[in-house]
Design a protein around this ligand. Structure first.
Ligand code: LMR
Length: 343
């Protein structure tokens, strides 16, 4: 096997402007061999020090070693190709990109049920999230994508969300009147509404600049996203709220997936599940490492005691009731481990 370049051409972004995305992508076979089916994996986060970046790279290494001569995976990190939004989904449906792992907060267009992952204070920690992803209900959400042109294969983990702003947030009331960047989930809109804040939907690649320029006052993200994109360096302080989560749906273009010979598809699926298992565990370690790095920085982090945390819970929890109809009480109960909506 010859050495492969796993990451796509950085210059492809420039090429797309000149040639159009199809042509530029078709030209980028970065180390693939003639006759191999190319799997282009587009994502928005950093490659190193980040759970999604590391998992995608590990998957590409295994695919390129174990399917040498038949499959070839190229990774496009840091939103080099697409932001994780409607444009990405359209590119996947059109067969330009075969694989991606968008945040679950960007998936409600496929099934309203995905919003269960966005409900504030739904999950105690990432172990709770992982346990839920193996339930029939969570697996059913992946299957609910059938017929959309995209197939859900697995859940990938990142970490719990923390909230940061360009001023100190002592209590939920301090958020009122500020403008926050959101990924775009209706649940996010609803809970910022309860906090009295304005929101702006924005792609991940624009967040640092928007925080730096003051276009938005704050954001919420996992420690790994905050540290690897240096959001903490352009924020006054961070509250360790753990109020929601960043996790991903690993999705593949259905035409591509169904076009693989059965045996190869099963083999690839096995590799994907093994990488998922290994790197979901690794996400915990990276979360802790990146958390420590932010704590060591000049940006103060406020760790909430039980009373302070309860104020956030009391303020945001009514969102569950607002979304019970769309998500379904059964799904909420399955995710929460039995907690009821009006608790
Ligand atoms: C965000 O947009 O904040 C996250 O979805 C980015 C990511 O993929 O972790």
């Amino acid at each position: 096997m010859r050495m492969r370049q796993i990451t796509g051409l950085i210059g492809v972004g420039l090429l797309t402007g000149a040639l159009g995305t199809d042509t530029a992508l078709a030209a980028d076979t970065s180390g693939c061999q003639d006759g191999e089916r190319v799997i282009r994996f587009s994502h928005v986060t950093a490659e190193t020090g980040h759970p999604k970046g590391r998992a995608a790279k590990a998957l590409a290494e295994r695919v390129n070693a174990e399917f040498d001569g038949t499959l070839c995976m190229i990774i496009y990190p840091n939103a080099e190709l697409y932001s994780d939004n409607e444009e990405l989904f359209a590119a996947m449906q059109a067969g330009e990109v075969q694989m991606a792992a968008p945040s679950l907060a960007k998936m409600s267009g496929f099934s309203k049920g995905f919003q269960v992952f966005d409900l504030p204070f739904m999950f105690r920690d990432m172990i709770h999230v992982i346990d839920f992803t193996y339930t029939d209900e969570a697996q059913g959400l992946l299957r609910s994508m059938d017929g959309t042109g995209l197939t859900g294969l697995a859940y990938w983990m990142n970490g719990m969300r923390q909230i940061s702003a360009n001023r100190a947030l002592e209590a939920p009331g301090d958020v009122a009147g500020l403008r926050f960047r959101i990924q775009g989930s209706p649940v996010e809109r609803a809970y910022y509404g309860l906090l009295g804040a304005d929101v702006q939907k924005m792609s991940f690649s624009k967040v640092f600049g928007a925080l730096e320029s003051g276009e938005v006052d704050g954001q919420e993200n996992s420690w790994s996203n905050i540290y690897t994109k240096a959001f903490h360096t352009v924020q006054h302080s961070i509250n360790e709220t753990n109020h929601s989560l960043i996790a991903y749906a690993l999705i593949v273009s259905t035409d591509f997936w169904q076009g693989l010979p059965r045996r190869q598809r099963d083999q690839l699926n096995l590799v994907i599940q093994e990488v998922t298992h290994e790197y979901n565990g690794f996400a915990f370690q990276l979360d802790e490492v990146n958390r420590s790095k932010v704590f060591e920085s000049d940006t103060p982090v406020r760790v909430l005691d039980a009373d302070a945390r309860q104020l956030w819970v009391n303020t945001l929890r009514p969102v569950w009731q607002q979304f019970e109809g769309e998500i379904g009480a059964g799904l909420i109960a399955a995710a929460s481990g039995g907690a009821v909506v009006n608790q």
